[in-house]
Design a protein around this ligand. Structure first.
Ligand code: COA
Length: 260
């Protein structure tokens, strides 16, 4: 297992927990954190014992309060472009072949909101705050915020959040469909781990194909998406997990999925 300076990585049964660990800077994403985050996902991708990944922030106050603004000072556009074009943490999460859940425990701003948006599910504590405040710095979201937020909540609300830079609370985020559930802070970890554990019992093959199929919806025409869905559905029929799932149902027992 690799060791990381800016994040903690734990395995709990079939669920891996990545904690962005820069609480004194509200877990702001600097270059090292992004690089280590992508490396941790590389490690977990190849680990068959891990079926679901949860990402959270250290401390009581923040999930991630954005890109590390200190790194912006004096940076040229060419350097900034190189930084963003280098392997992106957001893309690494988005394309990760297992479900990724954001456990949002406080400020979820800018690049933090974009990180949560790259995840497949978002569970928030009641005290979480969401926003894309880049406009206040004279910049715009650059980690997928203008695209993923718009796809998730619609153009009107995305435009409002991005143009005003205003923060919204967890209940408002829930009403917009930005988060899947809001729970009291004290229950956040238990609720998230319970959901992660339930998903981890499913077939890893089916989870992977389901994630790919759902992500295709926002990236293709309806006809292309429906064709892709049939292909991915048919692909399930080459897995031992499909045989096990069907047999277990007919034998009235719980399936034991192996990920093959
Ligand atoms: N990048 C770098 N450092 C950050 C940061 C960021 N995105 N967000 C917070 N920090 C640092 C603060 O500079 C401060 O460091 P210091 O103690 O060395 O001065 C520390 O984290 C604590 O933050 P602080 O601002 O004192 O906490 P607060 O409770 O008063 O305010 C926020 C919390 C989230 C409202 C405020 O930190 C903030 O606006 N952060 C920036 C959010 C943002 O614009 N993100 C998008 C970036 S593109």
């Amino acid at each position: 297992m690799a060791s990381y300076e800016t994040l903690l990585l734990e395995r709990r049964d079939r669920v891996a927990l990545i904690t962005i660990n820069r609480p004194a800077k509200l877990n702001a994403l600097n270059i090292q954190t992004r690089t280590e985050g992508a490396a941790a996902l590389d490690e977990l991708r190849d680990d068959d014992s891990v079926r679901v990944v949860v990402i959270t922030g250290a401390g009581e106050k923040a999930f991630v309060a954005g890109a590390d603004i200190a790194e912006f000072e004096g940076r040229t556009s060419i350097t900034q472009r190189d930084v963003m074009a280098a392997r992106s943490l957001f893309t690494a999460v988005d394309t990760f072949p297992k479900p990724v859940i954001a456990m949002v425990n406080g400020f979820c701003l800018g690049g933090g909101c974009e990180l949560a948006l790259s995840c497949d599910l978002r569970i928030a504590s009641e005290n979480a705050k969401f926003g894309q405040p880049e406009i206040n710095l004279g910049i715009i979201p650059g980690g997928g915020g203008t695209q993923r937020l718009t796809r998730l909540v619609g153009e009107g609300k995305a435009m409002e959040l991005i143009l005003t830079g205003d923060m919204i609370d967890a209940q408002t985020a829930y009403r917009l469909g930005l988060v899947n559930a809001v729970v009291p802070a004290a229950d956040l970890e238990a609720k998230t781990m319970e959901m992660a554990g339930r998903i981890a019992e499913k077939s890893p093959v089916a989870l992977r194909l389901a994630k790919e199929a759902v992500k295709t919806a926002a990236r293709s025409s309806l006809d292309e998406g429906l064709r892709r869905e049939i292909d991915l559905f048919a692909l399930c029929f080459s897995s031992e997990d499909k045989d096990e799932g069907v047999r277990a149902f007919l034998e009235k027992r719980k399936p034991e999925f192996k990920g093959r």
